[in-house]
Design a protein around this ligand. Structure first.
Ligand SMILES: Cc1cc2nc3c(=O)[nH]c(=O)nc-3n(C[C@H](O)[C@H](O)[C@H](O)COP(=O)(O)OP(=O)(O)OC[C@H]3O[C@@H](n4cnc5c(N)ncnc54)[C@H](O)[C@@H]3O)c2cc1C
Length: 408
């Protein structure tokens, strides 16, 4: 079977690797001329590590990644608000958590794709998909070329997915009322004391920093803002520095250790759950199908899970593509919709600006039971995977509280 994949991000490359392992020969078409070097970092929680292990990538991830054992939360004045015992989460789920720079993760995925003989074509921007006279999808590229594979996988991301437009019509991403500045700080000396995740909560503002090594830290600063003010300024480092000047260290130290040209502003959007992920021989995966907010902590992890499940569905399916797509969506849609919803609920609390609401939020999170929080997270994130701690989706009803602990 000929398989074409639009998009060479985390979803596209991991799907290609998973399908290659099953004996297929997928081809990846990526719009960028060269591999991406921008973007900050990704926390690969144990459910992602499970998939990476299955794909044979975990050793390489270990070599490039940090191994955080704790997440510490504080308010903007430096008062402790509890945290997450990541070591316990890892033991509960049976796989480690890693923090990695996004560009390093891309390098590992591309390196394994090359070793597996997967063709990744750069500079191939899809501009549209249409059905031919046989009811089969034809993807057209900017340079005038087109492809008509047996199976076309849309892994072309969150903001302007050509594949999603074809499958679901006009599914416009929704601005969720806050911006993120993301960056990577690199010091000649340690910037933080240990490999951990630090999460600072204010009123309508947040600063999260994630160590890969003590001198290499990626971060995301966030602020509630109307969309018409979500535009980059000439000196974004100064802007972020001023905004978080009075917050506890290491916030200022980390901002200062970030080159100005390594800071990016993102107006954060997500998607409403789609009513379908497929049309004809086209299937959506990753953010094109189910982009959650960064506050879900699970965007990249869920893209990886898609890869693992899709390979199994294709391998086990005796019927046609339509049946395989249905089985895939039935497995994946409830979990991804739940995580997307949790990301929204968390963001609403996090970016509340009313001081009393923030006080209650902080008190609540301080009073939460750390062991139960780990159990809830393990059950939610492990759901649908053969790993310990996982639960079926029914037992996760109301278990969204665990999303208070997520930071991508
Ligand atoms: C502000 C923000 C911060 C985030 N931070 C994190 C984080 O720290 N950790 C984390 O786990 N997740 C994070 N996420 C979520 C994460 O980025 C995504 O969930 C994850 O990258 C999904 O992978 P993907 O391959 O589906 O999409 P992407 O990684 O976006 O990849 C899509 C690929 O498709 C290509 N493409 C797009 N259009 C076309 C086209 N027309 N033709 C060909 N190719 C095309 C793109 O160039 C890209 O390479 C964040 C999301 C946002 C919005």
């Amino acid at each position: 079977m000929e398989i074409g994949i639009l998009g060479g991000g985390i979803a596209g490359l991991s799907v290609a690797l998973a399908l290659r392992k099953q004996g297929y020969n997928p081809r990846v078409y990526e719009r960028r001329a060269v591999p991406a070097t921008m973007g900050a970092g990704v926390t690969l929680w144990p459910n992602a590590s499970f998939v990476l292990d299955e794909l044979g990538l975990l050793q390489d991830i270990e070599a490039i990644g940090g191994r955080p054992l704790t997440m510490r939360r504080q308010d903007a004045a430096g008062n402790a608000l509890g945290g997450l015992d990541i070591g316990l989460l890892d033991r509960t789920m049976g796989y480690p958590t890693y923090t990695v720079l996004r560009r390093h993760l891309q390098e590992v995925l591309l390196d394994h794709a090359a070793r597996a003989g997967i063709a990744v074509e750069f500079g191939r921007r899809a501009v549209g998909i249409e059905l031919n006279a046989h009811g089969r999808a034809v993807a057209h590229f900017e340079n005038g070329a087109s492809i008509c594979p047996d199976l076309l996988i849309g892994a072309d991301g969150r903001m302007e997915s050509v594949a999603r437009k074809f499958v679901a019509g006009d599914n416009t991403p929704i601005y969720q009322g806050f911006v993120n500045w993301i960056g990577v700080a690199q010091g000649s000396h340690p910037l933080v004391d240990d490999i951990s995740i630090q999460d600072f909560w204010g009123a309508g503002e947040r600063f999260g920093c994630v160590a890969v090594r003590p001198e290499l830290v990626y971060w995301a600063a966030a602020q509630a803002r109307p969309l018409n003010e979500a535009t980059p300024t000439a000196d974004m480092r100064k802007e972020v520095e001023n905004l978080f000047a009075k917050w506890p260290e290491p916030v200022s130290r980390i901002i200062n250790a970030t080159p100005e040209n390594a800071i990016r502003l993102i107006a954060v959007h997500d998607l409403e759950p789609l009513h379908t992920w497929s049309r004809a021989n086209v299937l959506l995966v990753g953010d094109a199908a189910h982009a959650p907010l960064p506050t879900s902590g699970q965007g990249a992890c869920q893209a990886l899970e898609d890869a693992w499940h899709l390979a199994r569905c294709l391998d086990g399916g005796s019927g046609g593509l339509e049946e395989i797509f249905q089985v895939f969506a039935k497995i994946r849609a409830p979990k991804t919709a739940r995580l997307a919803e949790q990301g929204r609920v968390f963001a609403r609390g996090l970016f509340a600006t009313d001081p009393e609401t923030c006080r209650i939020r902080n008190e609540r999170v301080k009073a939460s039971d750390p062991v139960r929080d780990v159990q809830v997270l393990a059950a939610g994130w492990g759901q649908g995977l053969p790993m310990s701690g996982g639960a079926d989706s029914r037992s996760m009803a109301g278990g969204g509280f665990g999303s208070l602990y997520s930071l991508e």
